[in-house]
Design a protein around this ligand. Structure first.
Ligand code: NAP
Length: 441
């Protein structure tokens, strides 16, 4: 019997479980731990609430979850409820699939001012992550600045610009919908420290900005490189830049009739957040030029007055005590997934925050192949570990309240039943409320 523990129930965790079942079938017992009482990680609290078709991948994970081979153990935090060394004692292989749930720091003066939030916090807020449910961003100012030109910046800009009707069919949580309904934001500036050719945004997501009811994307013609220079881009990048060119020529009807504008400010590197009484009132930016692909400051600075700043500049994995960590890269120190004998990383915890949900599938299958190699070479010892049984004994001894997949299905039923009209669910945003919703056994 292979006793496998996976820490984290997001895409990387469930694809790894799926791969383990394909590889070992009934010869494996796979326990998936999550610190939340609810599964699916990024699918639930990262993917935008108006991207329900992406969230539908959870149905695939559910197929893996049903049955005895794979078990969900929610409400268990590794490093708090059980140490990593205890887990590696119990299981033949422990795979960290904890993603990258922390914001990368923006090391500029004033970054700790009130109403400056990282995208992990802001996205967590509108997606109902219990850690960020109380964020209460102040949307009363007219100008918002988003730092970073990746897909998360686009998610945030879109959520800030949509009308209530445009959230129909989404599962944005009630507390966010309420604040967004009263938002005064009219201008959203997206700051990129490099140019149009260097954006990390993808065409499908950029194209959504053209279909917003009350917002129009804008690009300054002067920021665009000569059209013929797009030839050297790869096809996806070229499509994105073609869209930026379209944003520079907005239809007159859109330009005049839509009250919210989403402005792309290229060659703009944030230098300082300006605050009044500790609260953000503007951002100082330095003009850059791009040399050999890098942003180089020109010394010219300007200030954008704004009432809220949101950074969308990438994520970091949360360290776990006892697990070697690569501080610079912001993820577990690993060699193609191997951290220490019997301890592995997969997904964003292994390679950092890049790629799509689907990128985690080959990652999951790859790590299972690696573990199989390590078993075959004897690197994982002779086996005979206690696995699930050992964990259950420890959990009972410590009085841990494990939330099972069956419990989750009851929580899910309660969320579905509470949905406002047209929405798939109204999420619980509080851990105690989630646990209470599983009902009595
Ligand atoms: P990302 O794609 O890596 O983009 C980060 C952006 O932040 C880049 O434009 C980067 O600029 C900028 N940045 C980094 N440090 C900065 C600094 N100190 N000052 C100014 N700008 C800075 O990260 P992300 O948007 O967080 O996305 C993470 C991953 O999730 C990506 O793979 C993304 O495609 C994926 N995702 C996908 C979807 C979707 O498919 N719908 C939605 C959301 C996220 P430089 O390039 O100059 O470093």
């Amino acid at each position: 019997m292979r006793h496998i523990a996976i820490v984290g129930s997001g895409p990387a965790g469930y694809y790894t479980a799926e791969a383990a079942v394909k590889q070992w079938g009934e010869d494996a017992r796979v326990d998936i731990f999550d610190k939340l009482p609810v599964p699916f990680g990024l699918i639930r609290t990262g993917v935008a609430p108006d991207h329900q078709s992406i969230k539908a991948v959870a149905r695939r994970y559910e197929k893996t979850a049903i049955g005895d081979t794979v078990r969900f153990a929610g409400n268990i935090e590794i490093g708090r409820d059980i140490a990593i060394e205890e887990l590696t004692e119990l299981y033949d292989a422990v795979i960290l699939a904890t993603g990258a749930p922390r914001d990368r720091d923006l090391p500029i003066p004033g970054a700790d001012s009130a109403n400056v939030f990282g995208s992990a916090a802001f996205v967590g807020w509108y997606n109902g992550h219990p850690e960020y449910a109380a964020l209460a961003p102040d949307l009363s100012g007219r100008h918002a600045v988003i730092i970073g030109m990746g897909n998360v910046a686009l998610d945030v800009a879109r959520i800030l610009s949509k009308t209530e009707a445009e959230f129909g069919g989404s599962d944005i949580v009630a507390h966010a919908l309420e604040l967004l309904r009263d938002s005064n934001i009219e201008t959203i500036t997206i700051l990129g420290r490099r140019g149009p050719h260097q954006i990390m945004m993808t065409p499908k997501e950029l194209g959504e900005l053209l279909r917003l009811e009350r917002a129009v994307p804008r690009v300054e013609n002067a920021d665009l490189p000569p059209p013929e220079s797009d030839d050297m881009l790869d096809p996806g990048q070229r499509k994105s830049v073609t869209l930026l060119r379209e944003f520079a020529q907005p239809a007159a009807a859109d330009r005049d009739a839509k009250p919210v504008s989403i402005e792309f400010d290229f060659f703009a590197s944030p230098k300082a957040i300006i605050g009044e009484e500790g609260r953000v009132s503007g951002i100082e930016v330095e003009r850059t030029k791009v040399e050999a692909g890098r942003a180089v400051g020109t010394g010219e600075t300007y200030t954008i007055p704004c009432g809220i700043v949101l950074t969308a500049i990438g994520y970091r994995t949360a360290p776990i005590e006892g697990v070697p960590f690569d501080e610079r890269a912001g993820r577990f120190a690993n060699d193609e997934g191997r951290i220490l004998p019997g301890l592995y990383a997969v997904g964003w915890a292994k390679r950092g925050p890049s790629g799509t949900i689907g990128t985690n599938k080959p990652d999951g299958f790859g790590i299972v192949d690696l573990i199989e190699d390590d078993i075959a070479s004897g690197a994982l010892g002779k086996g005979g570990k206690k696995g699930r049984e050992g964990f259950d004994a420890l959990a009972a001894e410590r009085g841990l309240d494990v939330v099972t997949f069956q419990d989750w299905k009851r929580i899910e039923d309660a969320e579905n039943a509470a949905a406002r009209e047209g929405s798939p669910r109204e999420k619980f945003v509080d851990i105690d409320a989630m646990i209470a919703a599983r009902g009595a056994d």
